[in-house]
Design a binder for this molecule. Structure first.
Ligand SMILES: NC(=O)c1ccc[n+]([C@@H]2O[C@H](COP(=O)([O-])OP(=O)(O)OC[C@H]3O[C@@H](n4cnc5c(N)ncnc54)[C@H](OP(=O)(O)O)[C@@H]3O)[C@@H](O)[C@H]2O)c1
Length: 429
């Protein structure tokens, strides 16, 4: 049977999807008994060079050419962003079309609405490419691992920040230099806010935690801090205590109490995530029956992302053939409480600038004692013009206590600034 597909957007991912669909067309027909073909492609600019051989007659700037065409059975959305992608997807689903999307922003913010609409229409909504590019994460969590209670999700799920931090580690570059290089190489966007401030990773964690912890998770429940405050000095000090700095997304479920965090984190050099460098992504998953699992691979790029999108197309085709579309819905998702203390106790790294005079250390130690915070290491790193740089590594303490102590430090006249605060990831047991 011939199946017509409409593609919304033909940029990095969309062009990769067209390319891969062509390369695999015989195999897809063998596997599904269907002959799918992309027949219409929605873009903004009909004249743009797209780096692929494309019949100009396929291109359109009118979304109705896809959304209102009853012969198009599958819609692939690779536009990105919230609108008009959300409206297009909802229209397609309501019209009985299966939808495949790579759009993490949309699934993180409007996932419930979209999934409920697909459920009501009895069609597939598939979004493997939304998290981790080529790495299979959604389907393993949604299908293969459902017999488990997932207790831990820990990962590097933003390639841009991982590239920047890797460059800072390997070359000693400062944040701004490494960011500029990432932009020049196309790893970071001209406006890098969403990546470097941790928002992209937080959206992806929202999606993973919703599925993994079988809970209604809101983006606002993720504690987010980005990597702008990380300096070359932090990278060096981290190395001196046997760690590298990574932007980690961490989710835990302890007997129904969730903790969700994205933050730059000191990771011991022997930890499996420490060696995940450049634009690669990785996710560590702990299930109560499965034990520990690690997923690793390319988190972005044209063909790696197309690999997941086209995998979803094949699943939709198989479901159509078997008449079982809409089979894996979210069903009932309970809301779980988020730990107000910020989750498990962890060691923390603090770098601050203090007035370089006698008695300051005693004041810092006194305040920590009052708050029940015990210090593992205190190092004076540099001093110039009456200011000393001090690095403290604490013993294990709840994130809420660290927040309180940092607030109290900010009120102390002898502390000029708190420049960087990061948790230290323990080794996996
Ligand atoms: N890039 C990756 O490696 C990657 C990895 C995983 C997930 N994703 C996700 O995949 C999606 C697409 O990313 P991308 O990197 O391929 O983006 P992109 O290169 O910017 O491509 C976006 C495409 O959408 C079209 N478009 C944008 N707004 C439109 C509108 N209002 N109406 C019609 N067409 C419109 C653009 O048309 P013109 O070409 O005419 O401007 C372009 O072809 C995003 O959700 C992204 O988060 C990307």
């Amino acid at each position: 049977m011939d199946i017509r597909i409409g593609l919304l957007g033909c940029g990095t991912v969309g062009a990769g999807v067209i390319d891969l669909m062509r390369k695999r067309s015989n195999k897809i027909s063998d596997m599904t008994g269907m002959r799918p073909s992309i027949t219409r492609v929605l873009v903004r600019d009909l004249t743009k060079e797209r780096g692929i051989d494309l019949d100009g007659a396929m291109l359109t700037t009118n979304p109705d050419d896809i959304l209102s065409d009853p012969d198009i059975r599958i819609v692939i959305e690779t536009i990105g962003g919230i609108e008009p992608a959300r409206s297009y997807i909802l229209t397609a689903l309501k019209a009985g079309k299966h939808v495949i999307t790579a759009n993490k922003d949309l699934i993180a913010l409007h996932g419930s609405e979209i999934i409920e609409t697909a459920d009501a229409a009895g069609v597939d909504i598939l979004y493997e490419a939304a998290v981790g590019g080529a790495i299979p994460l959604i389907r393993p969590l949604k299908e293969s691992l459902t017999a488990n209670d997932i207790t831990d999700l820990l990962g590097i799920i933003n390639g841009t920040t991982n590239y920047i931090l890797t460059q800072m580690t390997e070359t000693g570059a400062d944040f701004s230099e490494a960011l500029k290089e990432a932009q020049d190489l196309g790893y970071a966007e001209a406006d890098p806010t969403s990546d470097v401030d941790g928002l992209d990773a937080a959206r992806k964690l929202t999606i993973l935690a919703t599925i993994g912890f079988h809970a209604k998770v809101n983006l606002s429940e993720v504690e987010v801090s980005g990597i702008r405050s990380v300096t070359a000095a932090d990278v060096k000090y981290a190395s001196e205590i046997g760690c590298v700095i990574k932007l980690l997304a961490s989710g835990t479920d302890r007997n129904g109490i969730l903790s969700l965090r994205v933050s730059p984190t000191l990771v011991p050099k022997q930890h499996p995530l420490a060696g995940v460098s450049g634009s690669y992504n990785a996710l560590f998953v702990r299930g109560d029956a499965s034990g520990d699992l690690m997923f690793f691979g390319r988190g972005a790029g044209s063909l790696p992302t197309a690999s997941s999108v086209v995998g979803d197309v094949i699943e939709a085709l198989r479901n159509m053939r078997l008449n079982v579309s809409g089979r894996v819905s979210q069903m009932v998702m309970p809301h779980k409480t988020v730990d107000p203390d910020g989750g498990s106790a962890l060691r923390h790294y603090l770098r601050m600038s203090v007035v370089d005079q006698p008695g300051v250390f005693a004041k810092i130690a006194g305040l920590c004692g009052d708050e029940g915070l015990s210090m593992e290491t205190v190092l004076q790193k540099r001093a110039s013009k009456g200011t000393a740089e001090v690095v403290i590594v604490t013993h294990e303490v709840k994130p809420e206590v660290i927040r309180r102590v940092v607030e109290a430090f900010r009120q102390m006249p002898s502390i000029k600034s708190i420049d960087c605060v990061m948790p230290v990831q323990p080794m996996t047991e």
